[in-house]
Design a protein around this ligand. Sequence first.
Ligand code: C5P
Length: 205
Amino acid sequence: RFAVVIAVDGPAASGKGTIARALAAHFGLPHMDTGSLYRAVGLAVLRAGGDPADAALAAKCARTLDVAVLDDPALREPSTARAASVVSAHPEVRAALLECQQAFARQPGGAVLDGRDIGTVIAPDADIKIFVTASLDVRAKRRQAETPERDYAVVRANLAERDARDAERDAAPLRQADDSILLDTSDMDRETAIARAIALAEARL
Ligand code: C5P
């Protein structure tokens, strides 16, 4: 069987992780959630008592990343998400995490990776690129349902802040690759979004 590389990008809480996992299961491919790498770096900086804005410290944490931390439930906490979005703007951090992501994408049978810059930087030659999006309100409602933070306005403001940082940074900003398929999940439930993504991917193979 030939190798298929699938890049899934999009903003926070767009459904990209769910879609990437479903595509991986459907095609029998390994999956990497690249956001967890940046979260792990953010968490390592916080645990070292440092400031995520400190590029040198963040780069050191990225270069010495302990894969055991990738299973840490603290990766999902809002404070970690915020730290991840700050450390991910440092070019040194992105450079340190580049090779492991590209190696994952080069596996013999192919792979599914989800993140912000998979179709643009990590795997620009991916066979299938899907850019998953949804309106800020819909994403905030989804995120609210899965985080301890109950205040909708706080969840929405945090997402908007993270979106802005991801889109406006100089190093690999979040943007839709020219050759990607746009999948707006605002009006879709989970099952519909997954079915649509699988149909789009099948049509491209
Ligand atoms: O996708 P997730 O919310 O887990 O990503 C956490 C943060 O990591 C994002 O806000 C983004 O700043 C950063 N990230 C990135 N590039 C990726 C994946 C995530 O900059 N490929």
